[in-house]
Design a protein. Structure first.
Length: 274
């Protein structure tokens, strides 16, 4: 039996019952929000994505989601300092539609990335992280430039452990360490250049959700269609979805690939891009 959004809402309410939290359900957007009553800070999750994971993994998926939410809310309610924690500052990738301001009006630190994605900045706290905002930087005397430089340096120190699969003559490399920064590896330019150098064909990259990155060595036209199917599957399953589109990497630049048109990126460019 297919679960409805209302049924999932009820399951989430039961699991996330807390005398200091408030929950709400937005029928129009099909989202569920959990927040601290006092501060208004919290998390919004997309219910259809949760249902998709539940249909695949059952209650285990909800166990993992509950743990993720409880940890994130705990961190939001803690007072943290940046001093001495330079090595714990990392960039995180979010969809371009991700809000740049918190529910209680704090402006998050971010950079533009692609038409589909933005880069936000976080202080790593072990099992979770805290997105940094302008107020936090002002209180501790940090500049945005310093945060971005430190994060850019630290992302290169993240472990890379790729698993390879070959499908119909195309090589796919996956990483999903679930450290919160798998998608952030797309910001490691030296890694992208290394992957590009090793490609027999064209390099395409997918970051469907926060906890996975896929590099594709596309050696025939079918490779783009396979990547599109993989990206869509992962996008639907992710707790923090980013984008179902993949990117073509060439000359140090990322360009979205509209694979449904079954054309390569070079064939999509208009006169202004030549």
């Amino acid at each position: 039996m297919k679960m409805t959004s209302i049924q999932m809402k009820r399951k989430l309410e039961e699991r996330l019952d807390h005398d200091q939290w408030r929950t709400s359900f937005n029928r129009d957007k099909d989202t569920f929000r959990i927040e601290w009553e006092e501060s208004g800070e919290g998390i919004t999750i997309t219910v259809p994505n949760v249902i998709s994971k539940w249909q695949q993994d059952g209650e285990k998926a909800l166990d993992e989601l509950e743990e993720h939410i409880r940890e994130a809310l705990r961190v939001m309610n803690e007072t943290t300092e940046l001093a001495g924690k330079e090595k714990q500052i990392f960039p995180v990738i979010r969809a371009a539609s991700f809000p740049v301001e918190t529910e209680n009006g704090k402006k998050l630190i971010y950079s533009e990335h692609t038409a589909e994605t933005r880069i936000f900045y976080a202080l790593d706290l072990g099992r979770s992280y805290q997105l940094l905002d302008e107020q936090k930087l002002a209180e501790e005397g940090w500049t945005e430039e310093r945060i971005k430089e430190v994060a850019s340096f630290n992302v290169r120190s993240l472990e890379v452990n790729l698993r390879k699969d070959t499908v119909y003559g195309n090589d796919f490399y996956f990483q999903s360490l679930n450290d919160g920064y798998d998608a952030s590896r797309i910001l490691n330019e030296s890694l992208l250049e290394e992957m590009k150098a090793e490609c027999k064909g064209e390099l395409a990259i997918s970051i469907p959700h926060q906890d996975v990155i896929i590099f594709a060595d596309v050696q025939n036209d079918g490779g783009y269609d396979i990547l599109a199917q993989m990206a869509m599957k992962f996008f639907a399953e992710g707790i923090v979805p980013v984008t179902s589109l993949s990117f073509y990497y060439e000359d140090g630049k990322l360009e979205p690939i509209f694979i449904l048109a079954q054309k390569k990126p070079k064939e999509q460019k208009g006169d202004d891009d030549k």
